[in-house]
Design a protein around this ligand. Sequence first.
Ligand code: CUV
Ligand code: SF4
Length: 633
Amino acid sequence: MAEYIKFKVPAKQVSETKGVGNLIEKAEEEGVKTAWHRFLEQQPQCGFGLLGICCRNCNMGPCRIDPFGAGPTKGVCGADADTIVARNILRMIAAGAAAHSDHARDIVHVFKGAATGEFKGYRLTDVEKLKGLAQILGIDIEGKSESEIASEVAHILELEFGKPDDEPLKLLMATAPKKRIKVWERLGVMPRAIDREICECMHRTHMGVDADPASLLLHGVRTSLADGWSGSMMATYLSDILFGTPKPIKTTANLGVLKEDYVNIIVHGHNPILSMKIAEVAQSEEMQKLAKKYGAKGVNVAGMCCTGNEVLVRLGIPPAGNFLMQELAIITGAVEAMVVDYQCLMPSLVDVAGCYHTKIITTEPKAHIPGAVHIEFKPEKADEIAKEIVKIAIENFQNRPKERVFIPKHKSEVVAGFSVEAILEALGGTLEPLINALREGTIKGIVGVVGCNNPKVKHNHSHVTLTKELIKRDILVVGTGCWGIAAAMHGLLTPEAAKMAGEGLRAVCETLGIPPCLHMGSCVDCSRILIVLGALAEALGVDIPDLPVAGSAPEWMSEKAVSIGTYFVASGVFTHLGVVPPVLGSQKVTRLLTDEIEDLLGGKFYVEPDPVKAAETIYNVIIEKRKKLKWPV
Ligand code: CUV
Ligand code: SF4
């Protein structure tokens, strides 16, 4: 249904990415609203919310603190701005950690079923990685079958969620550097069980429990560590074992990957369990034939957001866009079905799809959207269900409003799939060449750039600008998530992009034939960045805060990003945020997060919306770290 559009979006100015502006204009002509339109309608956004000083945690409220000090300084219960801001942030961390880790739980379930043979549609693909994981978890693999090893691994990992004892998380103990573990032990923030830490966040933030901002934030640290070093880590490990560890793979990215004469299916969400199946089934001869019967040349699968990254790094499925482009893909009029699992799915997808012929297919019992077609995915019937979904898309081709189809032609070449294993292989099997390049200063440092899009920021502008500014300064950029797709669409993920890098980085990239920006996967694959950091620190005999590295989330929006940012900081990384988090209502919390936390953990947050300034500061931080290591600057 066409809607009245109250505020027009300056279509050519809201994005750095080609094709976006044209589709926003198309949307306006056709009476379709996008996130940018709704963002304008939301202006001015609530000042209390922006500052983090509203509380709805009990029904004596909602309470708001007057940031100017003239009105109330405390809520009905007596909670002040410091308590309220810290509690709100802790709840964000809890939600983010829950999203990643519940995703991990679903993967463990399928992994276990693949190990026992119960889920016939899945198998253990990377057995080497399985054995490696079993060994670091202390499992004796001598004489055991793959299935036995996998079952033992699954048993240990299942317990990570809710084991009843106070022992630290096993996967964290197996993967985190010893020096870091000591720091966390001293602070009393070693996580015990993933669900428990998340549950404790909810308990502590309930009315009348923890009122001390420092104590609240430290629990946030603990919860985020459970996410990074166990929940997300597990999701990455097991996805690699099930579907293969990513290797460099070539494809293209941007809306131009949609094909006019083909049935277009977009997989969107986060979990690879279904998207990998859809991709596999769609490419089958049977489905390609069926598509021809319906007048299409075949079936084309494209990705969106992180499940898009999962199928990109393993199968070379081209991403059609990142977070803010999900509605635009439908507005092309050329998408027969958007198949979603969970996280980062705008409920508006259904409204937008209502103006075209696109079917939004939800598949997860925990993620329904009113108005969508719901086909519940069950791993025991993976192939059947994937087929059913692909067929619905194919049959929908005949309903495409041909006269309203507009696919921007833009797309860029991409090489993605840089798992830690792939990076090691590119380096010739050891970290030594990378360490030498860092030590000599050919590469000045490494920055992990991750995270979402946010209409508060010019779409992809901060991702791209920050990245270019960093590589120009001989800083190798690695990253995940919607950053990866932004970098892909802007040509930063090709070996030729080395031309945009400084002399040193350029030479290294040209020798190794790699891009100056390495796409490591989805958001849970930020765990791969942790592994790299840990390995570098151990190889150099230092701790992570000593390394010339940093992190950045230039356009973040999701609670998952808050959890990721926190475990980066807790792991000792200087972490840049390009969008201001809702903490400014408390000077105390702001100071804790952007300053004092560094004494405790070696990392801290740094907030700077301007990507050029941010790159400058990050560079300076890296130079300081190099000086401390007595490395040439
Ligand atoms: Ni998980 S969390 S918008 S898809 S990176 Fe993309 Fe990545 Fe943020 Fe969501
Ligand atoms: Fe207000 Fe306190 Fe209740 Fe929050 S917990 S809503 S500050 S009374």
